[in-house]
Design a protein around this ligand. Structure first.
Ligand code: DGL
Length: 282
């Protein structure tokens, strides 16, 4: 059984969900957090839906059984698209929060009514994404790019020391290729003025994207709004961490190799490698 002092579970195929964990830490600094990077089965974006559903269900069961989580954040657009509805049916009593590409905020804030979306192939080919796109396409033209290989390249690059010349990296080339495929960016009529980061990994290439697209293009990710939604849902059920919970624990697990999780935790969250451990989830 869970209670207000129980941890929040978070998972992704890899390090991408750390961008959501970062926002959760900021919004809910007292909460205990247990994170699973399913790196032994990544990337999800190029797997079929049944596989991602099966992994999502296995991880949710594990986090409930082993850690008594009070809520689960699917910090992965691909897994949300493939599995959130199934998991809601399977665990109707679990407080469940998914992430999806921020098409609505993008369409509300775009001045040129022209928006780019970068996401995995799994996300952009899902029925859930097709619905989202049709709901928000009345006043906005969306350009959508399936960024095969980008999440994996971000994982690999995280293990290397930060590059002296950003423009000489594989990540730069990939970001350049994907953004060029979307069209021309800028504030003039017809140009794309807003880019939706529809995969949680992509926040970790925001410097590359910013340098490629210039300072005027808006980059939209979902970390902060998802963290606020978690707060709202926990508050509704009186499940926010008690006021005196002053030393929150953050545990990070990976089902495959640990190195990119350790490097990302250190680099992005300032958490030493001791927070990371291997986990088996069959
Ligand atoms: N971070 C994940 C997402 O938000 C997917 C990365 C992958 O392909 O595994 O879609």
């Amino acid at each position: 059984m869970h209670h207000a002092a129980s941890p929040i579970g978070i998972f992704d195929s890899g390090i991408g969900g750390l961008s959501v964990l970062q926002a959760l830490r900021h919004e809910l600094p007292r909460e205990h957090l247990v994170y699973v990077a399913d790196s032994g089965h990544a990337p999800y974006g190029e797997r079929d839906e049944a596989f991602v559903q099966q992994r999502t269900s296995a991880i949710a069961h594990h986090l409930r059984a082993q850690y008594g989580i009070k809520a689960l954040v699917i910090a992965c657009n691909t897994a949300t698209a493939a599995a959130v509805e199934q998991l809601r049916r399977e665990m109707p009593d679990l407080t469940l929060i998914g992430v999806e590409p921020a098409l609505k905020p993008a369409s509300l804030s775009s001045q040129t009514h022209h928006v780019g979306v970068m996401a995995t192939r799994g996300t952009v080919s899902s029925a859930r994404f097709a619905r989202l796109l049709s709901e928000h396409s009345q006043n906005t033209k969306f350009e959508v790019q399936a960024c095969d290989g980008l999440a994996r390249a971000i994982e690999l690059a995280t293990e290397l020391p930060p590059a002296a010349d950003m423009q000489a990296t594989d990540l730069w080339e990939r970001c350049a290729k994907h953004t060029q495929a979307l069209g021309s960016f800028g504030l003039k009529t017809g140009e794309i003025d807003t880019l939706v980061l529809g995969c949680t990994h992509y926040l970790f290439v925001k410097d590359e994207l910013r340098a490629l697209l210039g300072p005027d293009v808006q980059l939209i990710d979902t970390g902060a709004p998802v963290a606020r939604q978690v707060r709202r849902l926990l508050a509704q059920t009186d499940m926010l961490a008690p006021e005196d919970q002053s030393a929150p624990q953050i545990q990070l697990f990976a089902t495959g190799g640990l190195s990119s999780l350790q490097a990302a935790a250190q680099r992005w969250l300032d958490l030493p490698a001791g927070h990371c451990a291997h986990i088996e989830i069959a």
